[in-house]
Ligand binder design. Structure first.
Ligand SMILES: *[C@@H]1O[C@H](CO)[C@@H](O)[C@H](O)[C@H]1NC(C)=O
Ligand SMILES: *[C@@H]1O[C@H](CO)[C@@H](O)[C@H](O)[C@H]1NC(C)=O
Ligand SMILES: *[C@@H]1O[C@H](CO)[C@@H](O)[C@H](O)[C@H]1NC(C)=O
Ligand SMILES: *[C@@H]1O[C@H](CO)[C@@H](O)[C@H](O)[C@H]1NC(C)=O
Length: 371
């Protein structure tokens, strides 16, 4: 129970540290960006809105971008069919009109953008199996479906033209483990939920044999594995430190900082900051430009001024930022003896004799007063 509470807390903090705005998620690959989730649309990832009236969109450039309108919602949510196609005519854009498949838990086998009829509701939603196939023609009707006996159980095959039996519920969803095995002609599979956030890597390969909670072996995106799943226990996960992330994983390892100039995280390096000789602020989103500047002139002030390496106080010059090899001699020069300069001085003229001038002025002033 305590473990469960920890995982729940961890999930809450993960949600708070997600890198994409609400209703958007990170899409890796050619796009490499936050995009509105399926079922949402927006002109940017920060303005994602839900598709209206059970219409639906597919995540990607088709539902997120400057020219996106409500017509991106050109499909229907599971359990609905397209009764009127979306309108893309500029000025009168409209989402697809969607009609419910009814109370039979059926859904179209394909998410169409073209017009459909009730007989396109020819397969069953997740967690249901097909008992009566859809009817086309005069007395058109949606398919009829029955709930699988166990929560989390699904059919391996989305049948459309052959009725199934309860025994066809022979697979558990990735967030479940097989607590009672499926047998051909025998009892239906039983599935038990993994602790929140964890998934079962074997369900992706279609495992049907008896499992234990140790099959809940994979941490979600944004978490790293602190202890692998083993007999009796599921995987243990901890959230990635701020400004880092990790894909879903079942192996021991660490998250990766977004900034390419941050060191690799490890058991001793637990936060993302610029690596040795680099200064600045680390990138706060995946693939964002590095915010770390290399200052490898030992005379440069180890804090940036306007994003560039600057000479220390009492020296002047223009040190190289991001030099691939350290300068062989310093690019910052000492001010003349007794002259001072603030950090970041570039010209020799910026060194003045304040160190000697101020006491002299004071001395002269005192002398005048004495006289
Ligand atoms: C992420 O990095 C930025 C830049 O260094 C820093 O200001 C911010 O505090 C970091 N985020 C968190 C949650 O620590
Ligand atoms: C230094 O390199 C970083 C990338 O590592 C870049 O973001 C930054 O703009 C560069 N700064 C200068 C002053 O060249
Ligand atoms: C670096 O410059 C800052 C002001 O920009 C100053 O406060 C600091 O003392 C300087 N550090 C060194 C080592 O000179
Ligand atoms: C020395 O120069 C700095 C600017 O570089 C200036 O702020 C300061 O007032 C000067 N001091 C004297 C005594 O002239």
């Amino acid at each position: 129970m305590r473990k469960l509470i920890i995982i729940v807390l961890v999930l809450v903090s993960y949600v708070q540290s997600q890198i994409c705005p609400s209703y958007a998620s990170w899409v890796a690959g050619s796009t490499n960006a936050c995009q509105c989730n399926n079922g949402y649309y927006g002109t940017s990832p920060s303005t994602c809105k839900a598709c209206p009236d059970n219409s639906w969109s597919t995540q990607g450039s088709t539902n997120t971008g400057p020219s996106i309108t409500v017509s991106a919602c050109n499909q229907c949510a599971p359990g609905y069919f397209v009764s009127t196609v979306a309108v893309t005519t500029p000025g009168s854009e409209a989402a697809a009109k969607c009609t419910t498949c009814g109370t039979t838990h059926s859904t179209p086998n394909t998410m169409a953008t073209t017009q459909q009829t009730i007989s396109d509701c020819n397969t069953c939603m997740d967690g249901y199996y097909l008992t009566v196939v859809a009817v086309t023609g005069g007395s058109a009707a949606a398919a009829t479906c029955q709930a699988c006996a166990s929560q989390g159980a699904i059919t391996r095959l989305r049948a459309t033209d052959t009725p199934q039996t309860a025994n066809d519920c022979n697979l558990c969803l990735p967030g479940y483990w097989v607590s009672s095995a499926f047998a051909q002609g025998g009892p239906a599979i039983r599935c038990t939920a993994c602790p929140p956030g964890l998934t079962n890597s074997a369900s992706a390969t279609g495992a049907t044999g008896l499992q234990t909670i140790a099959s809940c072996d994979t941490c979600p995106i944004g978490f790293y594995v602190t202890a692998i799943a083993q007999s009796g226990g599921p995987v243990s996960c901890a959230p990635c430190p701020p400004n880092s992330s990790s894909p879903p994983s079942k192996n021991l390892g660490f998250c990766t900082c977004f900034d390419t100039n941050a060191p690799a995280l490890s058991s001793s390096v637990t936060s993302c900051a610029c690596k040795t000789n680099y200064f600045g602020s680390v990138a706060t989103a995946p693939l964002a430009a590095s915010g770390c500047v290399l200052c490898n002139d030992p005379n440069a002030n180890y804090s940036l001024i306007n994003g560039k390496c600057a000479c220390r106080a009492n020296t002047y010059g223009t040190p190289t930022s991001n030099a691939t090899t350290p300068p062989t001699s310093s690019t910052c020069y000492n001010c003349p003896t007794d002259a001072t300069s603030p950090a970041g001085t570039t010209e020799k003229a910026g060194c003045n004799n304040s160190k000697i001038l101020l006491p002299l002025v004071t001395l002269l002033f005192s002398l005048i007063l004495l006289l």
